[in-house]
Design a binder for this molecule. Structure first.
Ligand code: SF4
Ligand code: SF4
Length: 164
């Protein structure tokens, strides 16, 4: 279910990979053009998606994404959806422009609340998502799993760096 951002208390990614397994990734036009002619795209009702192999995204290695900052915008934004229309509780103003932001509570780390008071934690993450949508940012900072140790095992370092 997609809920207005004001009803979200917090969210973080722990690189579980569940969203990659659950969803089919819709591609933007320029993303489709890059992959056109390969076996990695499929068309459904005039929309283009990353083609799954079996039930898996071809870029998911174990739990992790092998594309890092090159992954499709839809993957970078997840669990956020940034829309041009929506209800008042989803309204988010960024540099004088209005967006409507929803959050998919399929992710187990989306924690909901009942009041509409903005959560400071979520505000910065939404700003980063909007900057990605506007093309002001490519690299993920807050919208991704974080290194939790200065000296992780090499295997864990690899895993944490790669995921959404
Ligand atoms: S966004 Fe959520 S579901 Fe997706 S990998 Fe991160 S924690 Fe898992
Ligand atoms: S984040 Fe990477 S592995 Fe996950 S669906 Fe997107 S491209 Fe595939």
């Amino acid at each position: 279910m997609h809920v207005p951002w004001r009803l979200v208390a917090s969210w973080h990614c722990d690189a579980c990979g569940a969203c990659c397994r659950e969803y089919r990734v819709r591609l933007r036009a320029y993303e489709y053009l890059k992959l056109k002619g390969t076996a990695l795209v499929e068309e459904r009702a005039n929309r283009f998606y990353l083609k799954k192999i079996g039930k898996l995204c071809p870029f998911q290695k174990g739990y992790l994404c092998s594309l890092r900052d090159s992954k499709p915008v839809a993957c970078k934004l997840y669990p956020f959806s940034i829309l041009k229309k929506g209800d008042e509780r989803a309204l988010f103003e960024y540099e004088g422009e209005e967006f409507f932001v929803y959050v998919d509570d399929f992710c187990k780390n989306v924690k909901l609340k009942k009041d509409l008071k903005p959560s400071a934690e979520i505000l910065k993450k939404i700003e980063e998502a909007i900057e990605i949508v506007l093309g002001k940012r490519v690299k993920l900072n807050l919208l991704t799993a974080k290194l939790v140790s200065e000296t992780p095992e090499p295997r864990l370092l690899h895993r944490r760096r790669l995921m959404v």
